[in-house]
Design a protein around this ligand. Structure first.
Ligand code: F0G
Length: 440
């Protein structure tokens, strides 16, 4: 998956002159009338002409990409945008409950085309749930997944176990698991589906195609996305660059990538140390120096948003390219900000897991700084379903101080400003009726 000369990740490039692309994005709407065909139904393969690396008949689908772009008045008010300006791209509706299915259908397709029988990944939980699902739904491959000990939310771990994946729990965190899975995959000849795999990013481009589609092909002003391993942000930059080059969109939206403060490598490198794409000449020495510093201080990634608890993002260079293409910015948000934003997202009608809410918390920060104008149209990507990590949600809303402290207090979360507390009543009809009158 890496260039033998420079060690950089490979990229998928197309000879567009050999792959006919519709002259208008509206052509993709025609596929809605053929939804009985699984490839037209798929929110990924519906856009096959824009990711034509395999023949359509070989493309694997599990019904991914049936997602929603919902305007949210209450979340707009929370982040300081005018009504009607904030949209939530809800990727929790995917078969495995996160955006990962977009990329997995693509990487899985490539694995199938090259005849792989086993596929592996390291994961903070969603990639592994997705791989395990594609293996069990299609029966085409066996999944081998690597997770860090105690570093994965139970909703996600339960999926991998339920779908029958060989689950290897190693003593370490995601960064350790990632390093190991590369070694194991190369030693045992197992196909690697982490986002070092460029085909993953091809599938993830379609999230942006569906955003445009839901906006009737109008380009929003901002896309805001949580940053972990940086595959998603890299894919979004590539998607917009290709659409622009093909003359299918008139302009490119701006991109904001949001780190958690406890796992903020991108923020430190870009905002703190001025790191840039630099025409592809990425300054590896600054990165190596930063990692060396982290190691010598014994600093490990640590955030309640376990999905993005990553200190060594594998797609760093491609993400710098995306920031360049989209005139992007990077911010960090605390676990407190993440959980407050998550409660607001939930109260506004859609739940999400903690990492996803980083996009909303980051938008709030950027509006307060005046970087995003309150009149601009902003799309926050909600990357994962609320049920992925119920522990974080229950701990936020709980009346049990011990539970709050155990799960959240150790992460510097002090308040649950938007908590919806359960009302505790004796098992007595009069008392229950009284409580309902009192609280409703
Ligand atoms: N949000 C969720 C819910 C995720 O699961 C992830 C990544 C991200 C955001 C960050 O996306 O890596 O493309 O920058 N989860 C990976 C996993 C690392 O193993 O499931 P990214």
């Amino acid at each position: 998956m890496a260039c033998p000369r420079c060690g950089g990740l490979l990229d998928v490039m197309y000879r567009w002159d050999r792959h006919p692309v519709p002259s208008s994005l509206r052509a993709f709407e025609a596929k809605w009338s053929a939804r009985h065909d699984p490839h037209s139904f798929s929110g990924v393969w519906r856009f096959h002409e824009l990711l034509p690396f395999a023949p359509l008949e070989k493309c694997v689908t599990a019904g991914e990409g049936q997602t929603l772009l919902l305007p949210s008045g209450s979340v707009a008010a929370y982040v300081g945008l005018r009504p009607g300006r904030l949209f939530l791209q809800y990727e929790g509706m995917n078969p495995s409950g996160s955006f990962k299915d977009n990329g997995m259908s693509a990487a899985f397709t490539h694995a199938h085309v090259v005849g792989a029988k086993r596929a592996a990944c390291a994961s903070t939980g969603n990639t592994s749930a997705s791989l395990a699902l594609y293996c069990s739904v299609t029966g085409l491959m066996k999944a081998v997944i690597f997770v860090g000990s105690g570093k994965i939310a139970y909703g996600k771990l339960s999926q991998a176990l339920d779908y029958g994946a060989l689950t290897v729990q190693i003593a370490g965190d995601f960064d350790d698991a990632m390093a190991r899975v590369k070694e194991v995959a190369s030693q045992l000849g197992i196909y690697l589906v982490n986002s070092v795999n460029p085909f993953r990013l091809e599938g993830q481009k379609t999230i942006m195609f569906r955003v445009l589609e839901a906006l009737r092909w109008e380009v929003p002003d901002w896309i805001v996305v949580p940053g972990g391993n940086l595959g998603n942000s890299s894919a979004f930059g590539k998607a917009f660059w290709e659409l622009y080059q093909l003359g299918l969109i008139p302009r490119i939206p701006r991109l904001a990538i949001i780190n958690a403060t406890g796992a903020n490598t991108l923020f430190e490198l870009v905002q703190g140390r001025g790191m840039r794409w630099n025409g592809g000449q990425v300054d590896r020495r600054t990165v190596d120096h930063f990692y060396h510093e982290m190691d010598s201080q014994g600093r490990r990634a640590s955030t309640i948003a376990s999905a993005i608890e990553i200190n060594r993002p594998v797609n760093l260079a491609k993400c710098l390219r995306a920031l360049e293409i989209c005139r992007g910015v990077v911010r960090e948000v605390t676990d407190q900000e993440i959980l407050d934003a998550k409660a607001q997202v939930g109260a506004g009608g859609l739940g999400c897991e903690p990492a996803s809410a980083a996009s909303v918390a980051g938008t709030r920060k950027l509006v307060s700084e005046g970087v995003i104008d309150k009149d601009e149209r902003v799309v926050c990507v909600l990357t994962g379903h609320q049920l992925k990590d119920p522990d974080a949600t229950v701990a936020y809303h709980t009346t049990d101080q011990e539970l709050f402290n155990r799960v959240l207090g150790k992460r510097g979360v002090r308040r649950a400003t938007y908590a919806n507390r359960a009302v505790v009543v004796p098992n007595d009809l009069d008392e229950i009726v009284k409580a309902i009158h009192l609280y409703s």
